[in-house]
Write a protein that binds this ligand. Structure first.
Ligand code: DGJ
Length: 735
C-alpha cells in the first residue's frame, strides 16, 4: 500500500514538474494599452494563441494564470483561439492565412520564433511577433501597434516567402482576434446611395457572420468596414463592454465573426480574398492593411472618444488642425454655370462669410463637354465655353472677391463618351469580351497600371502647378467596379486576381506622391457620398462627404452613426435645400460637423440671409469645441423624439449642446431634462442659447448659475419641441 502511495506521489510530482516546465517554456506576450490587454501565449508546440482579451490586469505576471481558469478543453482547444489561424494543417477553423506553396501544396503551419517591442515615444509601441512555417519557407510577422492613452490598437501582418518559386496567398487577413465570452452583439451598417449608415444590431449565433464588400472602387456603397461589437449585452453610451473596429482599406474587405463551439467569438478581418488570390514572389513580402480597434468597459461613448482622440492625433491628415467653411455650387447650379455666374457665387460666399468657394463637377471637357454625367469624364481641360479664361482666372476672381478657391475632380473614372476613352481604351477596367456595364455612365480607370497612376497624379499636379492658389480639392469616385479585368495585368503577364488589391495600392501610390508634393492642401474624400470612408484613405484626406443626402433629418441619424468612428471635424456637413426643415434646423445640423453651404444665396430672403451670416459667425466661435472637443451622445434619435449631443473642451470649461427634434407626433419634444456629460461636477456654469433665428426669443435664462453636478445629475432641458425644432446651447464655466 505504502509503495503504491509512494509511486502515486512520485508520478504526481513528476506530472506537476513537467507541467511547470511546460508553463515555463511558454512565451506570454501582453499587448497593453492604458486600460486594456490582449494577451498571446505559445503552447507546448509553439503555436501562438490568444489567452486573454479585455480589461488590463494590475499584475502582468498573472496573465499566465488565465488559461488555468479555462475549462474548455476538448479536441478543439488551441485551435479556435489561434493568433493567426493557418489553413490546411492541424487547424480546421476559418483561416486567417491560406497559402498555395510553390510546389502546389496547400498546407501551412505557423510556429512562434521570436518577438520584440519597440517604443515610439511615451505613448506608442509596436510589438512584432515572428511566426514561421516549419516545413515551407513562408513566414508571417504579426504587428500590434498600441496607442496607450487612446486605448487603440492597430494591427496588421506581413507575409513573406523565400520559397524557390512563387507562392499564392489565398487568404491573408490583417487581424485574427479571439474573444472569450457568452453573448456577443454586432452592430453593422447597410446602405446605398443617399441612404448611408443604417445600423442593425444582432446577437451573433453559432456559425460565421460575414461583413464584406466586393464592389471594388466604391467599396462601401452597401456596407462600410466599421462595426460595433458588444460583449454580454448590448452596450449603451455609458455602460457595457464594447469594441469599435474598422479596417483601414479603401477596397474590398471581409470580416468573419465566428461563434465557435465554445460560444466564444473569433474575428478575422482583412482584405476580401474574393477573386483576389495574390501571388508572392520569392524574397518579397505582402503587408496587409491595418485593422484598428478600441475597447471600452464603459460603453460606446468612451470607445468613440478613444477613436476620435487617436484619429485626430495620429491618423487624419491635419487632424489637430483647422478646417475651411465653404460654399459649394453643386446643388446651386449642377452643370449649368459660366464665369459670370461663378463670379456672382464667389461674392455670395463672401457675403455668407465662409472661407472658400468649391467649384463642383462640370468645369471640363470640350470634344464631349461635361454638361451632364454622360460625357467628358476623363478630359480634364477647362471647358472653353463655360470657362474661356480658364481656372487661373477663376482663382484670381475668387481672390478679388476675398474668398479661397477649391475644385472638384473625379480622377479615377472615365465616361466612354470621352477623348480619354477613345485614346486609351486599355486604361479602362472592362472585360474585353463582354458588354460594358456602367454606374452613372462611367467606368473606373485601371489604377494597377503605373501609366494610369501617373495620369491621375498628373491631373492634380497640373491643377496645382498652373494655379498655386487652389486651396481645396474634392476627390469624387462614383462607380463601383463591374467586369473586373485589367489589360495592363494581362499585358505585363501578371495575374488578373491582383486587380482589386493592386487598384487600391495604385490609388495609395498616387495619394502618397501627391502628399509628398502637396502635403497640406485640404481634400475631401467623396464617393458619391459615403461610398469610400476608411482610415487608410483618411491619412491623405482632411475630411469626408458622408452622403449626398443632406436632408437634415436624415443627417441627424447618419452623422450620429458616423460619429462612433470618425470625429466631427472630418464629417463635411452642408446646408442645402434638401428636406422640409427651415433654414435654422438645416444649419444647426450642419454645425455639428464641418460646416458648408450648397444653396443659392441670392434666393434667401432677408431674414434667412441675416441668419445664415450670423450662423457662420456663430460656427466660427464654436468650431474649436466641435472639432477638437470630446463628444458625448446624450439622447439617441433612434429611441427618442429628439437627438441631443454635446461637445466639451478637454479642460471642461465650455461645452456646446446640439438638440434636434426628429418626430412630428403631437407633443413630441424634450419633456424632461437631459443629463449632460463631459463637464466638471465641481465647476460652475452658465447656459446660453446660440444661433437663434432673428427676432426669436430663448426660454433659456442666461444669468442662472448651475453646478456641473446639477447639469450632469439633474440635467438641463433644451426645450426642443415643434416650435423649437433645433436648439444649440453653450455651457460656459463661470470663473
Ligand atoms: C457625387 C457627389 O457626391 C456630389 O456631391 C457631387 O460632387 C456629384 N458627384 C458631382 O457629379
Amino acid at each position: 500500500m505504502n509503495l503504491l502511495r509512494h509511486i502515486a506521489i512520485s508520478l504526481l510530482l513528476l506530472l506537476l514538474h513537467s507541467m511547470h516546465a511546460t508553463a515555463q517554456n511558454k512565451v506570454t506576450i501582453p499587448i497593453e494599452t492604458a486600460q486594456n490587454a490582449l494577451v498571446l501565449q505559445t503552447d507546448q508546440d509553439k503555436h501562438l494563441s490568444i489567452i486573454y482579451f479585455g480589461k488590463k490586469l494590475a499584475q502582468a505576471a498573472e496573465y499566465d494564470l488565465v488559461s488555468t481558469q479555462n475549462r474548455q478543453r476538448d479536441g478543439n482547444a488551441g485551435i479556435y483561439n489561434s493568433a493567426y489561424t493557418p489553413a490546411g494543417s492541424w487547424s480546421i477553423s476559418e483561416p486567417a492565412l491560406q497559402v498555395t506553396h510553390a510546389d502546389g501544396n496547400k498546407s501551412t503551419d505557423l510556429i512562434y520564433v521570436n518577438h520584440q517591442t519597440t517604443r515610439e515615444g511615451d505613448n506608442v509601441a509596436v510589438t512584432s511577433i515572428q511566426l514561421k512555417d516549419p516545413v515551407y519557407a513562408t513566414e508571417v510577422t504579426l504587428f500590434y501597434k498600441t496607442y496607450a492613452r487612446e486605448n487603440v490598437v492597430e494591427q496588421w501582418s506581413v507575409i513573406k516567402s523565400t520559397e524557390k518559386g512563387e507562392i499564392t496567398l489565398n487568404k491573408y487577413a490583417s487581424a485574427n482576434l479571439y474573444f472569450p465570452g457568452k453573448d456577443f452583439y454586432l452592430t453593422h451598417y447597410n446602405g446605398t446611395w443617399a441612404r448611408e449608415m443604417n445600423p442593425e444590431e444582432e446577437q451573433l449565433t453559432a456559425g460565421i457572420r460575414v461583413l464584406d464588400s466586393k464592389l471594388g472602387t466604391r467599396a462601401n456603397l452597401f456596407q462600410p468596414p466599421s462595426f460595433q461589437l458588444s460583449f454580454d449585452k448590448p452596450a449603451t453610451e455609458t455602460e457595457g463592454k464594447v469594441l469599435l473596429g474598422t479596417l483601414a482599406w479603401s477596397g474590398n474587405f471581409r470580416m468573419d465573426f465566428e461563434v465557435d463551439s465554445y460560444h466564444n467569438l473569433r474575428l478575422i478581418a482583412g482584405i476580401n480574398n474574393y477573386a483576389s488570390e495574390y501571388p508572392l514572389a520569392s524574397g518579397k513580402d505582402f503587408k496587409t492593411p491595418s485593422f484598428i480597434y478600441t475597447f471600452s468597459e464603459n460603453g460606446k461613448g468612451e470607445a468613440s472618444r478613444n477613436l476620435h482622440n487617436w484619429a485626430r492625433k495620429y491618423r487624419i491628415l491635419d487632424g489637430e488642425g483647422s478646417r475651411l467653411t465653404l460654399l459649394n455650387n453643386w446643388e446651386a447650379t449642377y452643370f449649368d454655370f459660366n464665369e459670370e455666374k461663378l463670379s456672382g457665387l464667389f461674392k455670395d460666399g463672401k457675403k455668407l462669410g465662409v472661407d472658400l468657394f468649391l467649384l463642383d463637377d462640370g468645369w471640363f471637357a470640350n470634344k464631349y463637354p461635361r454638361n451632364d454625367d454622360r460625357a467628358g469624364l476623363g478630359d480634364w481641360q477647362e471647358n472653353i465655353k463655360k470657362l474661356p479664361h480658364g481656372i487661373g482666372y477663376l482663382v484670381k476672381e475668387a481672390k478679388n472677391a476675398g474668398i479661397k478657391f477649391g475644385i472638384w475632380v473625379e480622377p479615377e473614372m472615365v465616361n466612354p463618351k470621352s477623348e480619354l476613352y477613345e485614346k486609351h481604351p486599355d486604361w479602362v477596367i472592362r472585360q474585353p469580351q463582354r458588354p460594358e456595364h456602367y454606374m452613372r455612365n462611367q467606368l473606373p480607370l485601371d489604377l494597377s497600371n503605373p501609366e494610369v497612376q501617373n495620369f491621375v497624379f498628373g491631373i492634380l499636379d497640373k491643377l496645382f502647378t498652373g494655379n498655386s492658389d487652389i486651396a481645396y480639392i474634392k476627390w469624387d469616385c462614383n462607380a463601383i467596379t463591374f467586369n473586373a479585368h485589367s489589360a495592363y495585368l494581362e499585358k505585363s503577364k501578371q495575374k488578373q486576381s491582383q486587380l482589386y488589391v493592386d487598384y487600391v495600392k495604385g490609388l495609395y501610390k498616387v495619394l502618397e506622391k501627391l502628399r509628398a508634393k502637396y502635403p497640406k492642401v485640404p481634400m475631401m474624400l467623396c464617393s458619391g457620398g459615403g461610398g469610400r470612408v476608411d482610415y487608410e484613405a483618411l491619412k491623405y484626406f482632411t475630411e469626408f462627404w458622408p452622403s449626398d443626402n443632406t436632408d437634415p433629418l436624415e443627417r441627424v441619424f447618419m452623422q450620429w452613426e458616423y460619429s462612433y468612428f470618425f470625429p466631427a471635424l472630418a464629417q463635411s456637413a452642408h446646408v442645402t435645400d434638401w428636406g422640409k426643415q427651415p433654414l435654422k434646423f438645416r444649419t444647426d445640423v450642419a454645425m455639428m460637423g464641418k460646416l458648408g453651404y450648397d444653396i443659392v444665396v441670392s434666393h434667401l430672403n432677408e431674414k434667412d440671409l441675416q441668419f445664415a451670416r450670423q450662423s457662420v459667425a456663430t460656427y466660427n466661435a464654436i468650431k474649436e469645441v466641435v472639432w477638437h472637443g470630446d463628444l458625448y451622445r446624450l439622447v439617441d434619435p433612434k429611441k427618442n423624439d429628439f437627438a441631443s449631443l454635446l461637445f466639451a473642451t478637454k479642460n471642461r470649461d465650455r461645452a456646446i449642446v446640439f438638440s434636434y427634434l426628429v418626430s412630428n407626433r403631437n407633443g413630441a419634444g424634450s419633456d424632461i431634462a437631459v443629463r449632460l456629460q463631459g463637464l466638471d461636477a465641481g465647476k460652475k456654469y452658465k447656459v446660453k442659447e446660440l444661433n437663434l433665428y432673428p427676432d426669436s426669443k430663448s426660454p433659456v435664462k442666461e444669468d442662472q448659475v448651475y453646478s456641473g453636478d446639477f447639469l450632469m445629475t439633474a440635467g438641463f432641458n433644451p426645450v426642443v419641441n415643434a416650435r423649437r425644432g433645433s436648439v444649440i446651447l453653450e455651457v460656459l464655466e463661470v470663473k
